[in-house]
Ligand binder design. Structure first.
Ligand code: UDP
Length: 445
């Protein structure tokens, strides 16, 4: 298939910790994995060739894996071939860079553009930009300043993170922000040139996530109730503040006497294992302390293909993190025709239309959440109206095809800018220059 108005490009996607092949819903696997998967597939369908470089985190992975038409995953050996928390990966990034360069040389791969994901791959992308003379488009998915602001001392990111991010912001050709809040952050907190920041919101697969009849959905997942069900889907991390949801459900049960259930989907394992996912243990104890242990159902992690039935089993979906760079799960719930009550933070404040597709509430406020839950659950007509509006909004504004088309247009703009005569050559990094130039000459023949 032709690549629109662009000739077919060879694109390197760098995503050090988030491979599309990784199981989702675990500690370090979430929205970024979905983004890399969906955008690369869509670019492949448009006729481009995408190599996704990700760290080898198991010994038996092949070096390259044909993932989708036009898309390969390249497993890069950097550090031990086993899972490591992403906050431990920073020292491995020079090796990640070197292995990508070696791979490119061996394959004779001449990439037209590098698409960096997350700050560490952003650093590697900057290094390759200098080495190969290739432009870089960067998406952070999450930023260190926001993380530090919200997590304070609990933030386990390497201390260099914000400094490195600031450097990336200065150097890359374009930055993708996933919502206006992130765009403002990049400009105000990181000093990005506003002309270089483009907002491309992420999206949801509207064929995979679709409105399912509630009773049918409950039957499929073996949930035997016709009472109200509140559903949370996502990683079980303190910052997702599922504790806030448990507290709100306890309040709701006390205020209304409704036989409400909370369906909590996510975790490291397919079953709710508090050892593998300590947050599940915390939530179980909290539910017991609040006298609602029998109302909270933890399922553990579920595969993306199974999630439609879980969203569909709910009357309303909730997500009240302290902060959220974008948040795919609200969009997934909306695509499933369910209203979403979410924190008025980050991407959620952009995807959820207050009063139309759900409600926005302040984070860390179980009473506010409980009041909105009571409102939606007491009024099936409101619930259904919001659910329909949610689905319509997703179809209008949040499809991966749209994301890929806008990304392709951005690539086109970057490459057109590059094609114009350069004003001055950019100075090369001192330590990488000799080898990088050599590699660059070998690659760019
Ligand atoms: N997810 C999943 N199985 C689970 C829980 C979550 O596949 O059991 C997926 C979920 O559908 C979503 C992603 O993990 O696509 C989470 O992305 P989001 O942007 O909401 O949050 P993040 O995890 O990136 O912070």
């Amino acid at each position: 298939m032709a690549a629109g108005h662009l000739p077919p490009l060879r694109i390197a996607f760098l995503s050090e910790h988030a491979s599309p092949a990784a199981l989702l819903g675990g500690q370090d696997a979430g929205g970024q994995n979905v983004y890399v998967d969906e955008v690369s597939r869509a670019l492949g369908r448009m006729g481009h060739a995408v190599d996704i470089f990700t760290r080898r985190d198991a010994p038996d992975l092949p070096e390259t894996l044909d993932w989708a038409p036009g898309v390969r995953i390249v497993h890069v050996s950097a550090g031990p071939p086993r899972f490591l928390p992403k906050d431990d990966l920073w020292p491995l990034m020079p090796a990640f860079r070197d292995e990508i360069l070696r791979f490119a040389v061996r394959e004779g791969a001449r990439y037209d553009l590098i698409h960096g994901n997350f700050w560490m791959s952003g650093w590697v992308a900057g290094e390759l930009r200098r080495a190969l003379g290739v432009p870089v488009v960067q998406i952070f998915h999450a930023t260190g300043i926001t993380k530090r602001r919200h997590q304070g001392a609990a933030d386990t990111s390497p201390p260099e993170r914000i400094w490195v991010e600031t450097d990336i912001v200065r150097q890359v050709d374009r930055l993708i922000a996933q919502c206006p809040a992130e765009q403002a952050e990049l400009v105000d907190d990181y000093g990005a040139d506003p002309a270089r920041v483009v907002v491309i919101p992420s999206a949801v697969d509207t064929a995979q996530f679709f409105p399912m009849d509630r009773a049918e959905a409950r039957r499929r997942i073996g949930l035997d109730t016709d009472g109200p069900v509140v559903v949370y889907v996502g990683r079980m991390l303190p910052r997702k503040d599922v504790r806030n949801v448990v507290r709100a459900v306890a309040l709701l049960a006390r205020w209304t006497g409704l036989p409400v259930r909370l369906l909590a989907v996510g975790g490291e394992k397919e079953e709710p294992d508090p050892e593998a996912t300590p947050e599940i243990g915390v939530l179980q104890r909290l539910a017991a302390d609040l006298g609602i242990a029998d109302r909270v159902i933890f399922t553990g992690k579920r595969q993306p293909g199974e999630l439609t039935a879980y969203y569909g089993a709910g009357d309303v979906a909730v997500t009240t993190p302290w902060y959220e760079p974008f948040g795919l799960t609200p969009l997934e719930a909306m695509a499933c025709g369910r209203p979403v009550i979410g924190s008025a933070v980050g991407g959620i404040a952009f995807t959820v239309r207050h009063g139309e597709t759900g409600f926005l509430v302040p984070p860390r406020d179980p009473e506010a959440l409980a009041r909105r839950l009571a409102e939606v659950l007491a009024d099936p007509a409101l619930r259904d109206r919001m659910g329909r509006a949610a689905r319509a909004r997703v179809e209008r504004a949040f499809t991966w095809q749209t994301v890929a088309e806008r990304t392709q247009a951005l690539y086109g703009a970057v490459l057109a800018e590059r094609a114009r005569p350069a004003v001055a050559p950019s100075p090369a990094a001192p330590d990488l220059t000799a080898r990088a130039t050599m590699v660059g000459e070998e690659v760019v023949t």
